[in-house]
Structure formats: C-alpha cells, structure tokens
Design a protein around this ligand. Structure first.
Ligand code: MD3
Ligand code: FE
Length: 194
C-alpha cells in the first residue's frame, strides 16, 4: 500500500529495553487509564500520552488536550530517543507534539478505525511496537485488507494514502515476549496533532 513503510526490527534489544524503561518511568506521572468511547463504553486498551498534547476520548468525543484526564497534570515529555527516531525515519520540518501510549493486556484489541483527529491529516504517524506480537490489519480504499504481524522493535510510518486508511489490532499473541513488566504489548504512536 502506498505510504505504508515498515522497518522490521528497527530497534535492537537494548534500544527496546531503554525505551520501555523511559516510557514506564513517565507513566509514573501519567498513569495508564482506560478511556471511554463517546458512546460510554470502556476501551479494552489502556492508554496514556507523552508530549505537549495527548489524545483522549470520553463522552464529549475524541480530542487532543495538554493534560491527563484523571490527574489533571501535564503529560510528561516525549523521550529524546523517540524524537531521534522520528527525525531518522519520517524527518520533515516539524517534530511530533503527541505520543499516544497504548497497552494491550488480557485480550485487549482495537477495532478498525481511521486516525483523523489531527489538524493536518497529511502529517505522518510513526508507530513503534514493543513486547508481545500483534496481528495488525490495514484496509485500502478499495476494500482490500492486509494483515501483518507487528513484533517487538518494529517501526512503521504512515504517510500518503495509508495515513487515512482504516486499521486496527485484531489480536495480541499473549506471552510471545517478556519485554514488558507485567506482560502485554506496548504501542507508541508519534504524531503532529496541531
Ligand atoms: C495506519 N494503534 O493508536 S499502530 C492508534 O498498535 C492505533 O496500538 C495501533 O491504531 C496499535 O491509533 C496500530 C500502527 C498504526 C498507527 C497509526 C496509523 C497504523 C496507522 C494511522 C493511520 C493509518
Ligand atoms: Fe489508529
């Protein structure tokens, strides 16, 4: 698919554990929580954010905001490692201002959706997968759907026509990695929200 770029194993074991350490450290001040859909159902995925803006969902809808909805505190900074990874992969003039943290445990998954809450829908999204492997699905505009396995250390960039493609996580292969304390799959998505 045009605009979908995957770097399998872009992060080695050392980089992966450094990243997990940095993110779990930040989660001490911005704890994972389970947002509600606008319809009032809890997400199965636990979430938090890093950076000036964070993606949130509640009965008021989807939006980006500067503070954690539970603690009211500013989101912690995006680790430099991630800013460097953005520069090395998608590059461009702007740095990301939002990093959504998704933790999949206990059968959590994510239904097919589009990411369209960002001000500039042509700006790339960069995704980093850590921990358990997952079955990722992405659909093109013609109803063709592609599934691929995302494993720990994989990085993918969404630009061009892939940027508005419907995508989701069908299932996580629980116990396939021991990287994450307490188990599960951690996905980080770097974005330019505003
Ligand atoms: C394709 N996350 O946070 S990452 C999301 O693994 C999200 O947690 C999934 O979908 C996860 O919105 C998939 C790969 C990904 C991320 C963003 C995309 C694929 C994308 C944006 C547009 C198209
Ligand atoms: Fe998405």
């Amino acid at each position: 698919m045009e605009g979908f770029r995957l770097w399998p194993g872009a992060l080695d074991a050392e980089a992966q554990s450094q990243l997990v350490q940095a993110v779990f450290g930040a989660l001490g001040t911005a704890p994972l929580y389970r947002p509600q859909t606008p319809g009032g159902r809890p997400f199965s995925v636990q979430m938090s954010n890093l950076g000036p803006l964070g993606w949130v969902s509640d009965r008021g809808g989807y939006r980006y905001q500067p503070t954690h909805p539970v603690t009211g505190q500013a989101w912690p900074a995006i680790p430099q490692m991630l800013l460097d990874l953005w520069a090395a992969t998608v590059g461009g003039k702007r740095a990301p201002d939002a990093c959504l943290v998704n933790l999949y445990r206990d059968g959590a998954k994510m239904g097919l959706h589009q990411d369209r809450d960002e001000a500039d829908l042509t700006a790339p999204v960069l995704s980093i997968s850590l921990g358990d492997a997952a079955q990722f699905r992405i659909a093109d505009g013609e109803g063709r759907t592609r599934t691929l396995r995302l494993t720990s250390g994989d990085v993918c960039a969404l630009t061009g026509s892939a940027r508005l493609a419907r995508h989701g996580i069908d299932r996580v292969l629980e116990g396939s990695s021991r990287l994450i304390p307490g188990g599960g799959r951690l996905n980080l998505t770097l974005r330019i929200a505003r």
